[in-house]
Ligand binder design. Structure first.
Ligand SMILES: [Zn+2]
Length: 82
């Protein structure tokens, strides 16, 4: 069976082994044992604290919704032409 594809390949969740600053906002601290979100962009890796991750995911959901609406509009236009 084909594995379902996903566009979300650049993020994953893990648990910090050591305390460190959030790489999105250096005023935020990620403590050892805290859940964090890992963003992989090419060779670079950035760790987000929960607050920053939630903010970013919220914006991404809005972007995905807009994209979905736009694609749906284009799909119905394509269907009319056939
Ligand atoms: Zn943060």
């Amino acid at each position: 069976m084909a594995k379902p594809k996903s566009f979300l390949r650049s993020i994953e969740m893990d648990v910090a082994k050591h305390s460190h600053n959030c790489q999105h906002n250096s005023k935020h601290r990620i403590c050892a044992g805290n859940v964090r979100v890992k963003l992989k962009t090419g060779r670079k890796v950035e760790y987000f604290c929960i607050a920053c991750a939630l903010e970013t995911i919220g914006r991404d959901i809005e972007t995905l919704k807009e994209m979905q609406e736009n694609l749906n509009k284009n799909l119905s236009l394509t269907e009319k032409e056939e």
